[in-house]
Design a protein around this ligand. Structure first.
Ligand code: PBG
Length: 349
């Protein structure tokens, strides 16, 4: 290591004194606590800053309800009817959030998830409602079939298996219909092979060459999606998602998934969940320059909320520390159910 500090004068090896650094250049010349003495100093040297514009707020919109319904496993989150979305959008815009991410719960589900790509589907109508209420708020849509299929899987099922290539066409139709309804960004979360290329081709062919794709690139088969499946009514009716989402044990494979999405045309890449995968996030950050998103998922939110409700954690500090850790690990964008609260707390500081 390069020695930066001068040795204190008058000290030799024969003449040890209490001020002799045991490690040359270390203490007492170097005192890391000097920069921690006051909030002014701490702020001056702070490496990571949260900004409401970093946050994307997920919203669940349901066609089957007429007033907001609380999601029990996600305190503070609701399924919203179309009529209540405008208010949420205005709150998000006023707080300066980066955007909202829409999930739809259709009235009717079928084997092909046709509600996902219906021109007057729930998300398509939600996009228009939000654009009416808050025209400048960025609207991202989740592109997946699981909320729309009767079996709850993310693709077309035959013989008990999700069929990759046949699913691509349905996803492409869904993305195009979101873009046509006014979505600013489409975000495929299904984990089919080749979906980014399929979406890019379809969007380009239909006149949406300028619509960016935020790809859920390294999406793991995580137990932390549990509360979401209550919220989105999208739990698989048989089996699980391990034949298409990634094995939680695989970090190197995550890098290959990200690389493939970039080659296929992803504009923004994502790691999901966030907290149990901060190592993956940091490795992706080191390797690629693309904007990087992390999804602080429903189970991560539920854990923190449960601890806070019991008085075991200070909710505000735990939330801001969590979000800071995700950003420090390398995320530019954080998709989080804490978005509104965190933005309010940041404004108060
Ligand atoms: C849809 C989708 C899921 C989530 C986002 N998009 C659920 C899943 O894959 O089962 C999870 C988000 C969360 O837990 O907050 N496929």
């Amino acid at each position: 290591m390069v020695q930066l500090e001068r040795q204190p004068a008058g000290i030799s090896h024969q003449d040890p004194s209490p001020r002799t650094p045991r490690i040359p250049g270390g203490f007492p010349a170097r005192r890391p606590r000097r920069l921690r003495r006051s909030e002014g100093l701490r702020q001056l040297v702070r490496e990571t800053h949260l900004d409401p514009a970093d946050f994307i707020y997920p919203l669940f919109v349901s066609e089957t309800i007429s007033r907001p319904i609380p999601i029990t496993s996600m305190p503070g989150q609701f399924q919203y009817p179309l009529s209540a979305l405008g208010e949420q959008a205005i709150a998000a815009a006023e707080l300066g959030l980066g955007g909202v991410l829409l999930f739809g719960i259709p009235e009717v589900k079928d084997a092909l998830g046709s509600g996902a790509y219906a021109a007057d589907g729930v998300v398509q109508r939600a996009i228009r409602a939000i654009k009416d209420a808050a025209p400048d708020l960025l609207v991202v849509t989740d592109v997946c079939l699981c909320e729309y299929t009767s079996h709850g899987h993310c693709g077309f099922v035959r013989d008990g298996e999700v069929q990759n290539d046949e699913t691509l066409e349905l996803l492409a139709r869904e993305a195009v219909s979101h873009a046509a309804a006014g979505a600013d960004v489409v975000a495929p979360s299904d984990m089919m092979d080749g979906r980014v290329a399929a979406l890019r081709d379809a969007l380009d062919a239909e006149g949406y060459a300028t619509t960016p794709i935020m790809a859920y690139s390294a999406k793991f088969a995580s137990v932390f999606y549990g509360p979401f499946r209550e919220a989105a009514e999208s739990a698989p009716q048989f089996g699980d998602r391990r034949a298409y989402q990634m094995d939680p044990a695989n970090g190197r494979e995550a890098l290959r998934e990200v690389e493939q999405d970039i080659l296929e045309g992803a504009d923004i890449i994502m790691v999901k969940p966030a907290l149990p995968y901060l190592d993956v996030l940091a490795r992706v950050r080191d390797r690629w320059e693309l904007p990087l998103a992390a999804y602080n998922v429903s189970g991560e939110y539920a854990m923190l909320k449960a601890a806070a409700a019991n008085g075991w954690l200070d909710e505000r500090r735990a939330t801001l520390e969590t979000l800071t850790s995700i950003k420090r690990a390398g995320a530019d964008i954080i998709i989080t159910y804490h978005a509104l609260d965190a933005a309010r707390w940041l404004a108060e500081r």
